[in-house]
Design a protein around this ligand. Sequence first.
Ligand code: COA
Length: 162
Amino acid sequence: MDVVPLSIDRVPGLEKLLAMGQPYIRLRGPSDYWMYSRLFSSTCPLAVVGDQVVGAVIAFRGQDDPAEVYVQDVMTDPGRRRHGIARSLLESVKRQANEWGCRRIHLTSEPDNRPAHATWTALGFNNVRGDWVENGVSVISDYKGKGNHRAVYEQVLPGRPR
Ligand SMILES: CC(C)(COP(=O)(O)OP(=O)(O)OC[C@H]1O[C@@H](n2cnc3c(N)ncnc32)[C@H](O)[C@@H]1OP(=O)(O)O)[C@@H](O)C(=O)NCCC(=O)NCCS
């Protein structure tokens, strides 16, 4: 398995992978993935085996606060889970964030997504204290707008943004 930045020729493979991500991953449009490959490839690493995309992270450095990197989607092929793919991809994003001197990497997931909670905490993310706790997961009410409650996770990095 190799880890490569998202490129336009890999978009069909990425879409094929993400289409398997329901209910926690929502497939976006081709022009979104084109944009990610042209503007954000250094924080959108793919895990590939030959032509097949077997894992992906879509993340972005903030413009309002360039000290932050936000991870939008993480997905591993259902047949290849628990082989360290998400770990490798998130490490790649963290390496880039550290190179930029970022101070925080953060992400959210649905409160009932147990594998996601287990993954983020295993990889050193802290589940940010929220408004209530649901099956051991702290949840922030209306985090992404009314009715969109989210579990929020963050990892503080040592950096000083450049
Ligand atoms: C969450 C997800 C991305 C994890 O990907 P993965 O490649 O299987 O994760 P890794 O193999 O790198 O796991 C790293 C560690 O996280 C923990 N972990 C991962 N999945 C777990 C699970 N189902 N149960 C318990 N712990 C888990 C383990 O500690 C694991 O290390 P170990 O296997 O050595 O014990 C994957 O389950 C997935 O694609 N889910 C569907 C999409 C989704 O919900 N994405 C998150 C919302 S954006």
